[in-house]
Design a protein around this ligand. Structure first.
Ligand code: FPP
Length: 163
């Protein structure tokens, strides 16, 4: 089913890029008397829906802020669940996303993620890099401070005199 644009939305004024900070997953579960992890599962459904709407409405870039550097401070069981969920989602969805022409990319420091997740991320990036549809960026282990440090390091690297 294709979702047509609601009549009160002007197609000329639609953004070209939407960024979503995932928040409130735990509260969503709590409000319904469910464990927080159910809220995270629901968050994945929501991302899937947003991707479909972006596709139907012609919005070509979606960035999702999925896991910040601060999120490591959560209880270990929740962090473990989230890492496993990431991996499961990538394994399960990537074929569908690839068929839809979605190009998936990741930003953030991926080196501290479980190795199996890093592998899955790498596979999904390679599998979809030629796609020309929605550019779907997942910010994982991201942090504003860390991004500034990395940008400065990259600039400093470029400014180094050649040996
Ligand atoms: C914030 O809700 C959400 C997170 C910290 C994790 C969200 C990530 C996923 C569901 C995995 C998505 C996977 C892919 C590949 C896109 P919260 O726990 O801060 O909710 P709260 O504010 O109610 O506590």
């Amino acid at each position: 089913m294709v979702h047509s644009l609601p009549v009160d939305l002007d197609p000329q004024k639609l953004p070209k890029h939407i960024a979503v900070i995932m928040d409130g997953n735990g509260r969503w579960g709590k409000q319904r008397g469910l464990p927080r992890i159910m809220g995270h599962q629901k968050g994945v459904d929501t991302i899937r829906n947003i991707l479909t709407y972006c596709q139907d409405w012609g919005i070509n870039a979606l960035t999702v802020y999925a896991f910040s550097t601060e999120n490591w401070r959560r209880p270990p069981t929740e962090v473990e669940f989230l890492m496993a969920l990431f991996e499961k989602v990538l394994c399960r969805e990537i074929k569908i996303w690839a068929q839809k022409g979605i190009q998936i990319r990741f930003v953030g420091d991926l080196t501290s993620l479980p190795y199996s997740l890093q592998e899955e991320i790498q596979k999904s990036v390679v599998q979809t890099e030629q796609n020309t549809g929605i550019q779907f960026t997942v910010a994982t282990n991201y942090g504003g401070r860390q991004e500034l440090v990395q940008a400065c390091q990259a600039i400093a690297q470029k400014l180094q005199p050649e040996k």
